[in-house]
Write a protein that binds this ligand. Structure first.
Ligand SMILES: [Zn+2]
Length: 345
């Protein structure tokens, strides 16, 4: 019999004398959920209290706001670095509008950047299937190339900051691709917990999760080819988290062109949902485990980002995330799933 993943919710409430109701007692409910894989806690509270803020995208064209952009086509040749000949004799690689360059400020031994578009400002509806395909194919091709050149770096990652609320330093769309021994604490915790689950239960956690969530339906969004989309039970983002799990992909060696197509098919739906709900910014990652294992599946994760207001540009991360390493979310995954599901039907 297959094991069940334990989905634990601790429901609580706080009572205070409410100035908005003549100081009569007011009860406010909140939840703490345990990430079923890592056991880390996540607070769900303040439901519906935070709305994503509209960004004035036109404003990013203003020369004073724009400043110097090395990713704009007329600046690229002079301002962006080239790979050394051992990596790519061509220096830089292009595919459609996408251009692969090394990071001028590398985070790791192999730190690539894919400039995704010629346009400096690209709204969500400007990410066509072709643009996304070119960027993801070029970037994952880079990871495949590095994996062959340097197998000592076992983990492979795409990361993407889109628009300033996400922490992105440049508005011009770009993704970062890493081959690394140190893919971050979240990745390593999930990798180790996946192995533990596998040893204890003789099952792949991600396979069990997908089968359990698709049977339950409350957080299961839908399927695009080999990609299975879920609203995560806990969320690293304030406005909810969406994951796409590729059950048959464990390392970069298993990733097929069709998986990129499947990812993009779902991502375009997520973008339509974001546009209709006023989301203008996000962080995303695409995480690939080491070769030679079958307990850690490749996944894509995306969380919306927003300023809390456009008056003083307060960010949506605070001491909880920065100091306590505790995610806070104001959207229940079950509500997120219900709202986005029609986009996948
Ligand atoms: Zn630019």
């Amino acid at each position: 019999m297959s094991s069940q993943i334990d989905l634990k919710i601790i429901e609580s409430e706080s009572t205070f004398l409410d100035p908005r109701a003549g100081f009569s007692p007011s009860k406010v409910r909140f939840q703490v959920r345990l990430d079923p894989l890592t056991g880390r806690t996540c607070h769900f509270s303040h439901f519906g209290a935070i709305k994503p803020q509209k960004l004035d995208l036109e404003n990013y064209h203003d020369p004073d706001v724009k400043g110097f952009c090395p990713f704009c086509p007329e600046k690229r040749e002079k301002a962006t670095p080239k790979f050394t000949p051992e990596i790519f004799p061509e220096g830089r690689l292009a595919r459609g509008e996408a251009l692969l360059i090394p990071n001028l400020f590398p985070y790791d031994i192999h730190s690539g950047v894919v400039i995704m578009t010629d346009d400096h400002v690209v709204p969500l509806n400007g990410f066509t299937r072709q643009r996304l395909k070119d960027a993801f194919s070029l970037g994952t091709g880079f990871l495949r190339h590095i994996a062959a050149l340097d197998p000592s770096l076992p983990y492979h990652l795409m990361t993407w900051n889109y628009m300033p609320p996400s922490g992105g330093g440049l508005v011009h769309p770009h993704q970062q691709y890493f081959a690394t021994g140190f893919p971050g604490n979240q990745f390593m915790d999930e990798l180790e917990a996946s192995k533990r689950f596998y040893l204890e239960n003789k099952q792949n956690y991600w396979h069990t999760l997908v089968s359990q969530e698709s049977a339950g339906g409350e957080r299961y969004i839908g399927q695009t080819g080999r990609g299975q989309w879920l609203a995560s039970f806990t969320s690293l983002g304030l406005l909810g988290e969406i994951m796409c799990i590729f059950s048959d992909v464990f390392s970069i060696a298993d990733l097929m062109d069709s998986d990129i197509d499947d990812l993009i098919s779902g991502l375009l739906r997520v973008f339509r949902f974001y546009e209709n709900t006023g989301i203008f910014s996000f962080n995303a990652s695409f995480s690939l485990g080491p070769a030679g294992q079958d307990h850690f599946c490749c996944y894509f994760r995306i969380v919306p980002r927003t300023f809390l207001n456009m008056r003083d540009f307060a960010p949506d991360l605070n001491f909880f995330q920065a100091i306590l390493s505790e995610p806070i979310c104001v959207v229940l995954p079950e509500d997120l799933c219900r709202d986005i599901k029609p986009y996948f039907e």
